[in-house]
Design a protein around this ligand. Structure first.
Ligand SMILES: Nc1ncnc2c1ncn2[C@@H]1O[C@H](COP(=O)(O)OP(=O)(O)OP(=O)(O)O)[C@@H](O)[C@H]1O
Ligand SMILES: [Mg+2]
Length: 409
């Protein structure tokens, strides 16, 4: 099977190359198109797994940039249910079929796929992206998935207009009042805390700490918190190429990686290198102090605005994890050279982020102050006292004590 791979770039849809897939499984090959390689503004879709080269390139697994615009656990669950209910034209025998099952219109990043000239981009859009007023209907459909009593209509809704995008938690594409695309993240019936409120709180504390974050707001739907997050890979109606840190590093999303490795990748492929290195160090310290422990390599992303140069996307998927649950999550370590992540280690490696000790200290102080004010920030967001109490141990923790000692010393 062969597919044309296109990229939306600066207002044009351009053929970049062809993807070939084995009949079953995940083995793929890709070849850049001649006309793409002749363009002065050509770039590699993925500098690590698909460097620019005229010959055919092979891989045992789907190239990182293509995985990044496909589904993760939530979308896969919907697709597998849709197969069971015989709703999909193409059974996902090949890994790429999962990618093609997602709606083209709301696909993450700027890649688009079709079987040949004149054919529609896959999956062809089924209709309009649901407006915010349909959140209650989307939430009910997502709950039906959880309880395994969904109808074919629920699945069509969530897989079609509500295109599932990446990630493990239930979510849907939605359209904001101003027409902009957004992601709605829903609660799960077995959540033991208000996760949406926690994410909204973490994003606000991160903003207070000087971190560049996604725009978000918490909306109450049927007494549940739904986080509505503006898409950062769409600007003025154009698609912006996206790559996860896992892809930029050429690692599996499940492998730990490290912040220092991400810093090396920024130095190699970055655009605003110094700024991004400092921003990454700030995010790392935030993740330590605010217990943002579900901090894997797909929760860091890069956007391309200059051909071939990748800059940090706004920070997203920030979730404070209370002390009791911390062992169940996988936190990206500060450095591959040290066992435990601590602020002492963060200070030790600051030079790999181009930071002098006194600047690192200043950033640490700013993040510390923002995290210390977590309860006031929560109150300003009008979060309930019970909800805030559930997160206390995420913000009042031994690393905050270590930071206080370091800043005093
Ligand atoms: N604002 C955004 N704009 C564009 N793409 C985004 C945005 N936020 C997230 N993404 C993409 O969607 C994916 C899923 O989002 P997110 O990480 O918030 O979901 P999740 O289900 O909480 O993830 P996880 O599996 O880490 O728990 C991200 O990995 C990223 O690729
Ligand atoms: Mg995530």
């Amino acid at each position: 099977m062969s597919l044309e791979v296109h990229v939306d770039w600066a207002g044009e849809i351009l053929l970049v190359g062809r993807l070939f897939s084995a009949e079953r499984g995940s083995a793929v090959s890709f070849q850049y198109a001649r006309e793409w390689l002749l363009r002065p503004d050509r770039f590699a879709l993925d500098p690590t797994s698909l460097p620019m080269h005229p010959s055919m390139q092979h891989s045992a697994t789907l190239f990182g940039c293509i995985q990044d615009c496909g589904p993760d656990r939530w979308g896969r669950r919907l697709i597998e249910r849709a197969v069971r209910k015989k709703l999909l034209v193409q059974k996902p025998f090949r890994e790429v079929d999962y990618v093609l099952a997602l709606d083209d219109h709301s696909r993450i990043g700027a890649l688009r796929f079709r079987t040949g000239p004149g054919e529609p981009f896959l999956s062809p859009s089924v209709g309009v992206i649901p407006p915010l007023v349909r959140l209650a209907a989307l939430l009910r459909a997502a709950e039906a998935i959880h309880f395994e009593n969904e109808t074919a209509e629920d699945l069509r809704f969530l897989l079609g207009e509500g295109s599932p995008l990446g990630g493990a938690r239930p979510k849907s594409a939605v359209r904001q009042e101003d027409g902009g695309l957004a992601i709605a993240k829903f609660p799960k019936a077995d959540d033991i805390r208000d996760i949406g409120a926690g994410e909204t709180l973490a994003l606000q504390i991160a903003r207070n700490a000087g971190i560049h974050t996604v725009e978000s707001r918490c909306v109450t739907v049927d007494a549940s918190s739904v986080t509505v997050i503006s898409r950062f890979d769409r600007e003025n109606g154009q698609r912006i190429p996206f790559l996860s840190a896992a892809s930029l590093l050429g690692l599996e999303a499940s492998s730990p990686g490290s912040y220092t490795l991400m810093a090396d990748a920024i130095r190699r492929f970055g655009d605003a290198v110094t700024e991004d290195l400092h921003e990454l160090w700030r995010r790392m310290v935030f993740s330590l102090l605010a217990s943002n422990c579900d901090d894997h390599l797909r929760n860091h992303g890069f956007l391309m605005r200059q051909p071939g140069r990748w800059s940090l996307s706004p920070a997203y998927d920030l979730n404070p994890v209370p002390e009791m649950e911390r062992t169940q999550t996988n936190q990206t370590p500060v450095s591959e050279e040290y066992g435990d992540s601590s602020l002492a280690v963060a200070m030790e490696v600051a030079s790999r982020f181009g930071l002098k000790p006194q600047i690192a200290r200043k950033i640490l102080g700013e993040v510390f102050t923002a995290v210390r004010g977590w309860r006031d920030t929560g109150k300003l967001l009008r979060l309930k006292t019970g909800t805030l109490n559930a997160y206390a141990s995420a913000f009042e923790n031994p690393l905050m004590e270590e930071a206080a000692r370091l800043l005093k010393g």
